[in-house]
Write a protein that binds this ligand. Structure first.
Ligand SMILES: Cc1cc2nc3c(=O)[nH]c(=O)nc-3n(C[C@H](O)[C@H](O)[C@H](O)COP(=O)(O)O)c2cc1C
Length: 194
């Protein structure tokens, strides 16, 4: 058990060279650098079929989803790095968290904890950095009961944004990430200790 603030981090894409995966990695470096304890996961390791009520009735909530739900419960906060698909966050995020919201995903009810801090960052190869996906993911996370941080970051031109060390190399973006993580660690620490 640690008294440091633990942050679960994942990307909304499981593509091998996903820009959002690189952003999630940069987030984890920043969390560690600021004294938090990051746990970077890939949703590739938590696969689930497209949600279908008949499937749930027959087979229950997949073990992968139960494991992910336990990880969300077991961390002080969650940071999601999302790509933008037609202005929205990805169906992978929606499907995965819809499953996590089902009562069978946890022995506790509701399955996802109320008031767990969550933070959204986005990346895209274009000039607007996935900025339209951010409010939509923030809204969705609020619906699920997360306490959503007002601090966000969108990384534009993300194909050129990361250095060999995995960090954001444009100063304004690196400063933005630093600010987002600082505020989110404060929020998550407050939520854990209050
Ligand atoms: C179905 C689909 C829709 C997309 N829509 C957008 C979009 O609305 N805005 C945008 O900036 N990029 C859009 N893109 C391009 C993605 O930003 C780009 O493919 C990105 O690299 C995907 O994220 P990833 O690198 O994390 O896998 C779209 C890509 C796909 C496959």
């Amino acid at each position: 058990m640690t008294d440091k603030t633990s942050i679960l981090i994942f990307a909304g894409s499981t593509r091998q060279d996903a820009l959002s995966g690189k952003l999630a990695h940069a987030v984890s470096l920043e969390v560690a650098g600021q004294g938090g304890v990051p746990k970077l996961i890939s949703l590739k390791d938590f696969p689930a079929p497209i949600y279908n009520g008949d499937d749930e009735a027959e087979n229950g909530v997949p073990q992968t989803i139960q494991d992910l739900t336990a990880l969300i419960r077991g961390h002080d906060g969650v940071i999601i790095a999302t790509p933008e698909y037609n202005g929205f966050f990805t169906p992978l995020i929606k499907n995965t968290l819809d499953w996590c919201s089902r009562p069978g995903a946890s022995t506790q009810s509701p399955a996802l904890p109320r008031g767990k801090p969550a933070c959204v960052v986005a990346s895209a190869p274009g000039a607007i950095g996935g900025i339209r996906a951010i409010p939509r993911l923030r809204d969705y996370l609020s619906e699920l009961g997360f306490l959503v941080s007002p601090e966000v970051l969108s990384v534009s031109k993300a194909g050129d944004a990361f250095g060999d060390d995995g960090r954001l190399q444009v100063e304004a973006q690196a400063d933005g990430l630093k600010r987002v993580v600082t505020k989110f660690l404060e929020l998550s620490t407050r939520a854990r200790t209050s």
